[in-house]
Structure formats: structure tokens, C-alpha cells
Design a protein around this ligand. Structure first.
Ligand SMILES: Nc1ncnc2c1ncn2[C@@H]1O[C@H](COP(=O)(O)OP(=O)(O)OP(=O)(O)O)[C@@H](O)[C@H]1O
Length: 323
């Protein structure tokens, strides 16, 4: 459905490309997360898919049609692709209802009314229909932006960091609602994030970028279980490096697969911190023999003065990097 083929972009005056020869495919009704650290090229890719920016090389196809460049058409992008903007791009003097209706002006009045009511309901803002955007919270504004973007029944929705300014509860609710919206509207979604936890909620696939290059494109589970390199592994949580302590070439294990004991089994560590994080304690220590930091969880708090703490790990969970 969406085919991104070898797109590259170097901003004027820049020495290095922001995006370098990136290709991927998105199937119908799939959700894809573009992930990577700040400056890795995520937003630039999204802009090129939205038709807002012309790739220097490469092309984007949607349902077999090549996306035209901004200079080749009056209205940017493909009519079936809609971007949910970070700054919302709403009409400040219009109510919530009018903002959605405004997108539907070319349709007859009855359709405008029905579709608007359906979307406000779907996005959980029907009770706010008469409010102006400045009377809404961040999460409600985000919902209104989604409703506006959905008005014209797009097939592909694009979102740039849609959850970054929301508190954890609002974010979780919106993520769950988004799953329902995607299903009921039979949508595909490409969204940008630097938070793998957001992506894990809704993404079928993740495309991991580093310095403008696509490093790994796989399912969420495969990126977590078989990351190609340490940078990708580290996006999902703390990674412990046992290589030096065990005198082996490579032995990296996620903190969640490490356990402690006081009986002298495993690698000896010196505890630095034991922090309550709700369901368990997060512990930071130093491996005595390698002087490297190590992280692990416990169900009870550990005492920093406890001298003999040892850490073991599940051997099946050693990460094998291919890069
Ligand atoms: N208008 C611009 N002019 C010059 N360089 C730019 C411009 N926009 C982005 N860049 C550069 O291009 C690279 C990729 O930027 P981009 O915004 O696509 O990254 P990103 O992964 O979305 O980052 P973030 O997570 O911080 O939003 C960065 O090095 C950035 O500094």
C-alpha cells in the first residue's frame, strides 16, 4: 500500500544527509512506528510521505501511485494520506464541532452533520462539541486533531510525536482509543516517536533509524528480542554488559533478565541505589571486576551497605548483535 523507495534528503547547506536511501513498505491496516534518537531523520521521512517535502532522490508510492512533489501540485500530498499536526492547525475561533465540519464543507449538510457526530463520538470529544480549542486540554486537542484528520476518510494517517506532551494516563487512554479508531476506520498509521513503550502499544512494525539510515525494520517483538545492535537494544531499557566481567567477547543482557542473590552465585556487584518504582525496585550497582554499571530489579528494597550482592542472568536471553 505505502511503498517508500530509496528516499534521501540533505537540507540546503548541510554536509550530511538527514535521510539516506531509506526504503520500507507498509501494508494495509498496519501501524508502523518510526523510531530513533533525536535528529535521526524521523520527521523528515514523515514530511516526505505527507508530500510536504520533496526527496532529493527516491520516490514514495501510495496504492501504486507515485506521490507528486510539492511543486507539482497545488495541495500538498495524496488525498488519502492525512497528517495530524503537532501544533494541531485548528481554527481558534471555531468550536470543536465546527472545526471538524469545516474539513467537510464540500459535502452536503446532512453528511457533514452525521460524519462530524460520528467522529466526535469516536474520538471521545462529543461532550466538548461547543467548546473552542483554547478551552481544551492537550489530550482533548490531540483528539480533536485526530477527528479533523479523519474527517475526509483517509486511508493512511501520519502522526509526529503525537503523545509526547501528554501525562501517562491520558497517553495510555489515547493509545488504547487509537487502536479502536484504527480498526473502525480501517486505517493504516505511520507515527514518529522516540519512546518504544508508545510504539509497543500500537505498532505492528518498527523502523529504527540512526543518523538518517534505516538500521532495522521488523516486528516490535523482533526488535526487542533480536535487536541488530546495542543502540536499538538500549531503546527498550537498560542493557547490562557482562563481557569484561566474564572475559568473553560479547555478553549483553537486559536488566529484566537479571536476578540477584546473596549466596555468591554469579557476578559480584557493589550496590549504589535501590529505588522504588511501584511494582518493584530498580537497582543500580557497579560490577566489582569491570567497574561497569549494572542494573537489575528486585521485589524488596536492597540495602546499599549490603556487601555481598551477586547478579546472575538467563543465558537464553544473551543478546546477539549482528552489527
Ligand atoms: N530545516 C532544516 N534545515 C537544516 N537541517 C535540518 C532541518 N530540519 C531538520 N534538520 C536536520 O536534519 C536531521 C534530521 O532531522 P529530523 O527532524 O528529521 O529528525 P528527528 O529524528 O525527527 O528528530 P527529533 O526526534 O528531534 O524530532 C537533523 O540533523 C536535523 O538537525
Amino acid at each position: 500500500m505505502l511503498v517508500v523507495k530509496g528516499i534521501s534528503k540533505t537540507y540546503p547547506g548541510e554536509q550530511f544527509g538527514a535521510v539516506n536511501d531509506v526504503s520500507f513498505i507498509l501494508e494495509e491496516n498496519q501501524v508502523l512506528a518510526l523510531i530513533g534518537k533525536s535528529g535521526s531523520g524521523k520527521s523528515t521521512i514523515l514530511q516526505m510521505i505527507a508530500g510536504l517535502m520533496k526527496p532529493d532522490t527516491g520516490e514514495v508510492f501510495f496504492n501504486g501511485e507515485r506521490l507528486e512533489n510539492p511543486e507539482e501540485q497545488l495541495i500538498a500530498g495524496h488525498p488519502d494520506i492525512k497528517m495530524v499536526f503537532q501544533d494541531f492547525q485548528l481554527k481558534p475561533n471555531m468550536t470543536v464541532e465546527e472545526n471538524v465540519k469545516y474539513v467537510l464543507l464540500q459535502f452536503d449538510k446532512q453528511f457533514q452533520k452525521e460524519r462530524t457526530a460520528e467522529l466526535l463520538d469516536l474520538c471521545g470529544i462529543a461532550a466538548l462539541a461547543d467548546r473552542k480549542p483554547n478551552e481544551l486540554s492537550g489530550g482533548q486537542l490531540q483528539r480533536l486533531s485526530i477527528a479533523s484528520a479523519l474527517a475526509e476518510e483517509p486511508k493512511l494517517l501520519l502522526m509526529d510525536e503525537p503523545f509526547s506532551n501528554l501525562d501517562p494516563i491520558t497517553k495510555e487512554n489515547l493509545l488504547m482509543e487509537l487502536v479502536d479508531i484504527i480498526k473502525s476506520e480501517e486505517l493504516s498509521l505511520v507515527f514518529v516517536t522516540h519512546d518504544t513503550r508508545d510504539a509497543m502499544w500500537i505498532a505492528d512494525r518498527m523502523v529504527f533509524l540512526s543518523e538518517g539510515e534505516l538500521i532495522q525494520n521488523d516486528t516490535v517483538a523482533n526488535l526487542y528480542n533480536s535487536p541488530l545492535n546495542l543502540e536499538i537494544a538500549g531503546f527498550f531499557g537498560r542493557i547490562n554488559d557482562f563481557s569484561k566481567a566474564l572475559n568473553v567477547e560479547s555478553c549483553f543482557v537486559r536488566a529484566e533478565y537479571c536476578a540477584y542473590n546473596l549466596e555468591g552465585e554469579g557476578v559480584k556487584v557493589e550496590l549504589k541505589k535501590s529505588v522504588f518504582i511501584g511494582d518493584r525496585y530498580f537497582n543500580e550497582a557497579i560490577i566489582a571486576s569491570s567497574n561497569l554499571a549494572i542494573y537489575f530489579y528486585s521485589t524488596a528494597p536492597l540495602e546499599v551497605k549490603e556487601r555481598s550482592i551477586y547478579v546472575t542472568f538467563d543465558r537464553d536471553k544473551i543478546l546477539e548483535f549482528k552489527q
